[in-house]
Design a protein around this ligand. Sequence first.
Ligand code: AMP
Ligand code: MG
Length: 689
Amino acid sequence: MVDWSGGNDRGPRPVKDAIWACIGTAGIAGEPIYLRNRQLAEDWLVDTLTTLQDAGHRVLVGFDLCFAYPTGFATQLVGSEDTLALWDWFEARVQDDPKANNRFDLAGEINAMFPGTGPFWFNGLPRDIAHLPRKGLDRTSDHGLAEKRAADVAIPGSFSPWQLAGAGAVGGQVIMGLPVLARLRHRFGKALSVWPFQPPEAQIVLAETYFSLLPDLVTADPEPIRDAAQVSVYARAFSALPATDMATLMAVDATAEGWVLGAGQAALLRKALISNPPLLKNDCFAMPQGAYWTPVAEAQNHLRDRLTCVMPAEDVALKNAAGRFLAKDVHATRAHPPAPNAAVDGYGFAGPAPEGIVRLPLVDGRSAAGAPYHGHVPAGHAIRILTGANLPQGVDTVVLQEDVSANGTEVNFHGPLKKGANARDAGEDMVQGQTILTQGRKITPGDLGMMAAVGVRSVSVFKTLRVGVLSTGDELREAGEAATDGEIFDANRPMLCALAAGWGYQVVDLGRAPDDRDTLRMILDDATHKCDVILTSGGASAGDEDHMSALLEGTGSLALWRIAMKPGRPLALGLWNDTPVFGLPGNPVAAMVCALVFAAPALSVMAGGTWTEPARYMLPAGFTKSKKEGRREYLRARLENGQVTIFASEGSGRVSGLSWATGLVELDDPAQKVGFGDPVAYIPFSSFE
Ligand code: AMP
Ligand code: MG
């Protein structure tokens, strides 16, 4: 969906009233794309359509500009009502430059071809232009054309294409859009058709649409810039539309003046949107262009900002909630402690006790946990009280039993003792109604204790993320199977499965895939029915046998990240049938490190948690190393005698180092020389989750 504009270059920062575009696929919209001027927009359209065409997609391109004028106009200019010939007429005459264009002059020239003043009006320039009135009322109607097309009449609030400028006007952007449409048409030839002037059967179909058919849904969209929200909402709606409904929208007979796709049919678009809530955006993995080697921190920030929870919520009993992510905040059902009580075993009385020897007669009875004393303890008296017992009326202070001598009728001890000593206030730990845990929290055993203490019985948590693990490569055999010299055992799968299980997810073992695109496609199709996210290893680069990246590329959602990190090669990220796929490197050391550094926090977000930074401990180095600039390095490490030592070889083929190590040393991007005893950041494997 393209929100067109007739204005000049709008500058580098995304702003409204510029050209905005957004690609929707099956009800999921990509990030809205800001196009600061028409030249960039045209280049982007050509590139994007070429890519989608090569990948075999069918594409509907919606533009919010009139594809035609009221009946009679084309005949005056090109001798017939051939709209597409009219496009070429404009293409030959419109001059466009990011800073200036000739739309007002051309409108004046066209007006001169009509009797009277001609149809166009609203000269937006300071200088006068022959034949172009400044006001609509300054025109005569000798031109004989209608103010609006039938399609415009059908849409309340739409503007006449004759009005070139002023708030809401469309006339300028039509003149500045038709030449671009004409060039696209010639560029893509038979692969492109223009609805409704041609049957919508080509691979690419251009159609006119109007972005005010669903105003409430645009307002509700979180995109702050309205143009961006519009293209996003309509990209979702049109791409979610079932084929039969699309056929209904296209079944209009308006080959003369054209039609607005969706006019009068907003209910169908609305239905398509509502039955398809957005999940991850199709380009959630797309990296900003221009960055060749992406720094680790930038790649992480990108994932953190784009990924969202992909799981629905469910209620589970408290005892089953450990390790799950909270879908709702949890509030204390009652105060903790619910009533004032004794923190120790001893004798309760009304404090404070003065300096010197204190003697207090004992009342008959005692207060124990679960068996409180219901009477009132008179001033100057004490009562036997046990840990956790409610303080009876008249008692606010407890003296420790080890500090007294007592004989059954009297208790003696040395003062002073402060009022409130050894006593707990009601609600001093948690007050009733207090938020004790927030959404996204991964529930710990301690959380269970706390929630149980305030009477929480069940919690709303996200369903457990199902993580598929797949190894790819013709050379792989199952560990222990017969294998030739050219074959290796699949080391990644057991490792990645165990990592995912350790993070608390449900592991779906997807086995091994050969280096064959069709088989891989089938395995992925099947996996999307039983997994919420897929971790693959191998085949993630851009080589001949890198089928994982090639397949993801075909979805239009692939992002091949070259990360400035050692170990690690490109990470291939994409969506397969809307299921996110993390294509990890095949090399086991790189696969493990990339899984820890990227997949662990990303999965946590998709599972409903928050992006968590692993705990880093600054510890003295038991090694020396000089590191070059421009990449982050992770070394396999462990602790020996309070120092961090690193594995003998940095060779990324040494799988044994993964077992030797208990964690990683992280050396940040700048060049550095590490000497013995210098503090380095050590991250235990258990910190990644
Ligand atoms: P690739 O990314 O497919 O080019 O693989 C890179 C290297 O990692 C190659 O040497 C592969 O043989 C190796 N490799 C790929 N997958 C695995 C695996 N599951 N277990 C062990 N080694 C692997
Ligand atoms: Mg391979």
